[in-house]
Design a protein around this ligand. Structure first.
Ligand code: KG4
Ligand code: ZN
Length: 327
């Protein structure tokens, strides 16, 4: 089985070719960081235009890398949401056109399902169900992954996502965009105990998240402290929140065989290290996909498409793009 995957829901344009037996034959990606940097965040209209320019050459390159053509593909999988609607439409309409032209089935993939199933692409030994902490710029959720299309959402953010908090903190500290890696670098030279910051929702019964109060506290504290100390203290506060909420979710995630992390914030060394410790504490496997698979990419969309296609789940060509689409 060979699946073409397309991703364009935020600020990465990507195309990938993945087989049903977990071989990534090609994965191409074009970031848009330079285009958005002057604005300190992703500008939807700029993103949509950039996807239009980037996508077709990426698809051609992916086919060339893999040494296959559209005729060899069994299905076309494209992100149909959630995300910035202009961008989602670029990838979905392209996927529809390719599927229609080649007479192949279309699989409309939920971007979150792509993240949720991506650890199964990287790790054939990962058993169901597993507890997934999905932490990115747009999402912060705890999901019990029970199977394809079977996700139990145990917790979610009531305001900002963790990655968003990293990006805002970087902006406040003048560290640039995207913020996560910049904050992590600055934090390496700082004292994590220097700035007292809140741990929103820590200890509360339901494993939900909140980062708006932390962001506001960073803004208040920043003028009086060294940037490195603010960055280190902020990062520690996020880690404490993620660990406390994930520990809570483990109490209700009956039968979980592993603790899995995905999404851009999973690139953070302090976050990974603390989650590994939590998994060890509970005698669970800890699985973190390789970094390129943690951040937005099309291989995870192709893989989710492969899992759905194998389960007989395809979509009509008039399927709608969805800006909001909870799992
Ligand atoms: O999964 P992703 O590429 O896109 C979304 O679907 O949002 O995640 C991007 C987010 C950004 O907020 C970025 O600042 C954050 O992940 N991020 C990090 C790190 N690398 C990326 N946050 C903390 N530490 C990092 N090293
Ligand atoms: Zn994502």
């Amino acid at each position: 089985m060979l699946i073409l995957g397309l991703e364009s829901s935020c600020d990465e344009t990507a195309a990938a070719l993945v087989t049903g037996d977990r071989r990534v034959l090609a994965h191409r990606l074009a970031g848009q960081e330079a285009a958005h940097r002057p604005y300190g965040g992703v500008v939807p209209e700029i993103a949509a235009r950039a996807h239009v320019e980037a996508l077709e050459p990426l698809i051609h390159a992916a086919f060339a890398d893999a040494g296959v053509t559209l005729a060899d593909v069994d299905a076309v999988a494209a992100t149909a949401g959630p995300g910035l609607i202009g961008g989602v439409m670029v990838g979905l309409v392209t996927g529809k056109a390719l599927a229609h032209a080649a007479g192949k089935p279309l699989v409309a993939v939920n971007h979150l399902e792509g993240h949720a199933l991506s650890p199964r692409l990287a790790d054939p030994d990962l058993d169901l169900p597993y507890l997934l902490l999905l932490v990115s710029g747009g999402h912060c959720q705890l999901l019990l992954v029970e199977g394809v299309g079977a996700y139990r959402r145990l917790g979610t953010t009531i305001d900002d996502a963790a990655g968003e908090a990293f990006d805002k903190t970087a902006k406040i500290l003048g560290l640039g965009f995207p913020g996560g890696p910049a904050v992590e670098r600055a934090a390496a030279d700082g004292d994590a105990t220097a700035v007292p910051l809140p741990r929103p929702l820590k200890g509360s019964a339901e494993p939900h998240f909140s980062f708006a109060g932390l962001k506001a506290a960073v803004a208040r504290a920043a003028p009086d402290h060294a940037a490195a100390d603010v960055a280190a203290s902020f990062q520690q506060a996020v880690v404490d929140c993620l660990i406390d909420r994930t520990r809570r979710a483990l109490r209700i995630a009956a039968g979980a065989t592993a603790l899995v992390v995905a999404g851009g914030v999973a690139a953070n060394g302090a976050v990974r290290g603390a989650l590994k410790g939590l998994a060890d504490e509970h005698g669970l496997r800890f699985v973190a996909p390789p970094l390129w698979l943690c951040t937005d990419n099309a291989a995870m969309i192709a893989w989710a498409g492969a899992e759905r296609f194998a389960a007989g789940l395809t979509d009509p060509l008039d399927v709608a793009a969805r800006p909001r689409w909870p799992l």
